[in-house]
Structures are given as structure tokens and as C-alpha cells.
Design a protein around this ligand. Structure first.
Ligand SMILES: Nc1ncnc2c1ncn2[C@@H]1O[C@H](COP(=O)(O)OP(=O)(O)OP(=O)(O)O)[C@@H](O)[C@H]1O
Ligand SMILES: [Mg+2]
Length: 342
């Protein structure tokens, strides 16, 4: 069997704080197959960005990787020297950030920013690099690329700038794109267009995607498999359709219920009471227990490990059975509501 393109095992990231150590990523394991689109979803502060940045050696100071293994094509690359590791990672992956305005150089023409890698790293001539950049602009759906090549970032809309960032990410010919909230700053229509570009890359160019978002609707439009993070850990993973139709963790369930129904037939809004735990304190028990309506004493005593919960599913809930019943109950309620409206 072909090994995954990227595999991360038991990643731990800490941040030294004046009042203690924030254990922000607590043993995350995940994988992405060749040309697969995988989503990493969870509320603000759950450790999604740090996980992604750790993968490319781009952690903000003073965050640091405490332990963890990264495998590319099945090969453990963590033993490589820092320089070799960085090279191997950047040869395989590129990253797209949320804020395209700060990601781009304000005083350089956008086309030249895309042409940088072909020019400086791939040894292309100036005219070849320009042709590559124009081609990439076309590929990410920028009309009239020759003219827009000459523009500066502030002369483009947010959606266009994000497309430029995708084109820059593609200029290194990555096999995997890591995207951190790439559409959060955009309005819904433009967001859908940018997600469309990412989907198309997967189909046409066989580029894999690891997409981070706090918005389940965004990852649902783009990814076929999901990891749900809570308080620095993956609490559930599985295929998108299985996961959204039958969540196996109460947190995923709450997350799903907080997504407004697109056709507005059923009001699905449900806020999750409470806040995630302070990760500078040691966690005892399930980190979701204080907010979970199904928590029992055992849940507060020992932190549950991820365990198989159906086909290709993992859940870190010791009350998976209850989560399933809960889903069934709510689905029934939703369908009754729908019937009564007809
Ligand atoms: N540079 C930093 N200094 C101090 N704390 C940080 C830093 N970066 C992240 N953190 C903390 O680490 C935790 C995880 O942060 P991370 O940015 O990974 O969350 P996230 O899931 O990406 O959230 P969001 O949806 O808000 O982007 C949070 O508690 C955050 O406050
Ligand atoms: Mg983030």
C-alpha cells in the first residue's frame, strides 16, 4: 500500500508563558494521502494553526515542538538536520495564510512575487519565470493575467489577492498545500470561488490539501476527510459524510449544530456553553467534560484516548454510545420539524 504523503505522529507544541507552559498541541496525529483534501476544524484556540505551522517549521516565537514525528512518503524526516528537514518540507508543501494583505510584499508587483521562485530557485530566465507566473495566474482563475501581473497588492480585491497567494504557493510545485483559514477574510461569494480554485487544483493537478478552518461549512465544501480538534487534541476523525451525518463525539455534534442550515428550513443554531480549558494547567479527565451534557464521573477522572469508533473513524469519547443516541434523537426532532412545516 502506498504510504500517506504526509503523516504526523504524536505532535506536541508548547509555548513558554510568564505564568507557566501552555501545552497548546497535545499529541496530534494526522495523515494526508496523495491528492487528498483533509480538513482540520475546531474552535478558536484549539491549536489548529500551531499544528499546521509546526509542520513547516514556521512556529511563531516562543512556541516550539516538544516531540513528534513527521513522515513524508513513509520516510521519517524528523532525524534530518534542520536545514535538510526544512528543504524536504518546503519541497513537498506550501502554505497559504488567512491574511493575504500581510502575506504579500506591498511594494512589489504581484506577478513578480509569483515569478520569484521560478526565477531564484528553479533557475528560470526572467521571461520564462514571467510566463510561468502568468500561467499560474490563469490557473487560479485570474482573468487578464498579463495586465494584472503589473499591479500591486493594494490594487487588487481580497479574493484576487488570495488567488495570488495560491499562485505563489503553487510556484514551488508542491504536492500538498497547507491552508490556514484561507477564506475567512472574504465574503461568502468570493469565499466559494477561492474554495473552488482549491478543489480544482486537487482534481486537475493532483495537489493535496490540508485545510484549517473554524468553520465546518468551509471544510465541508472542500474536504473529503476531517479531523476535529478541541483543546490541543484531535477528538474525532473520519470521512466527511460519516462525520457530519453521525458524529461520534459530543463536541463534533455541538459544532455541527452551530452551523446554520443553508436552506434555512431548520434553525440549527445552538451555542456551546462554557469555554475550553486553560492549557497552562494540567488537564485531568476529558477536556470537553465541563461543557458536555453527557459527562459522567469517569470522564472527569482520566483523559480518554482516541479509539476506533466505526469504519475509518476515531473518537476520544468514552460515551460514544450516548453521542450516537443523541444524534438519533436530534435527527428525529429535525425531521419532525420539517414535516410539521409542510
Ligand atoms: N505566539 C503565541 N504566543 C502565545 N500564545 C500563542 C501564540 N500562538 C498561539 N498561542 C496560543 O496557543 C493556542 C493555540 O493557538 P492556535 O493559533 O493554534 O489556535 P487556532 O486553533 O488556530 O485558533 P484560531 O481559530 O483562533 O486561529 C491558543 O491558546 C493561543 O492563544
Ligand atoms: Mg488559527
Amino acid at each position: 500500500m502506498t504510504p500517506p504523503l504526509l503523516e504526523v505522529r504524536d505532535l506536541h507544541v508548547d509555548i513558554p508563558m510568564p505564568y507557566g507552559r501552555l501545552h497548546a498541541v497535545r499529541g496530534v496525529s494526522l495523515s494526508v494521502d496523495i491528492a487528498e483534501s483533509v480538513g482540520l476544524v475546531g474552535e478558536s484556540g484549539s491549536g489548529k494553526s500551531l499544528t499546521l505551522r509546526a509542520l513547516l517549521g514556521l512556529l511563531p516565537r516562543p512556541a516550539r515542538i516538544v516531540s513528534g514525528t513527521i513522515l513524508i512518503d513513509g520516510e521519517d524526516v524528523t532525524g534530518l538536520s534542520a536545514k535538510q528537514l526544512k528543504r524536504r518540507l518546503t519541497d513537498t508543501m506550501s502554505m497559504i495564510f488567512q491574511d493575504s494583505l500581510t502575506a504579500l510584499n506591498p511594494v512589489m508587483r504581484v506577478g513578480d512575487q509569483i515569478a520569484e521562485v521560478p526565477l531564484r530557485k528553479l533557475g528560470k530566465s526572467r521571461s520564462e519565470a514571467k510566463a510561468i507566473a502568468v500561467g499560474l495566474m490563469r490557473e487560479v482563475g485570474i482573468a487578464d493575467p498579463e495586465r494584472r501581473y503589473q499591479l500591486y497588492p493594494h490594487e487588487l480585491s481580497g479574493g484576487m489577492r488570495q488567488r495570488i497567494c495560491i499562485a505563489i504557493a503553487l510556484s514551488t510545485k508542491p504536492r500538498l498545500i497547507l491552508a490556514d483559514e484561507p477564506t475567512t477574510a472574504l465574503d461568502v461569494t468570493i469565499q466559494a470561488q477561492v474554495l473552488g480554485v482549491l478543489r480544482q487544483l486537487k482534481q486537475e493537478e493532483q495537489v493535496g490539501l490540508l485545510l484549517v478552518s473554524h468553520d465546518l461549512a468551509v471544510v465541508s465544501q472542500t474536504c473529503s476527510r476531517l479531523y476535529v480538534m478541541y483543546a490541543g487534541k484531535v477528538v474525532e476523525s473520519g470521512d466527511l459524510v460519516d462525520l457530519v451525518t453521525a458524529p461520534r463525539h459530543p463536541y463534533t455534534f455541538s459544532l455541527l449544530r452551530s452551523v446554520p442550515d443553508p436552506d434555512k428550513r431548520v434553525a440549527r443554531l445552538l451555542t456551546i456553553d462554557g469555554r475550553p480549558p486553560d492549557l497552562t494547567d494540567p488537564v485531568t479527565g476529558c477536556s470537553f467534560a465541563p461543557r458536555c451534557p453527557f459527562a459522567e464521573d469517569a470522564c472527569r477522572e482520566a483523559e480518554p484516548e482516541l479509539a476506533p469508533a466505526g469504519s475509518a473513524r476515531l473518537s476520544a469519547c468514552r460515551r460514544v454510545d450516548t453521542a450516537q443516541r443523541w444524534t438519533a434523537m436530534v435527527e428525529q426532532e429535525v425531521s419532525q420539524e420539517a414535516v410539521s412545516r409542510q
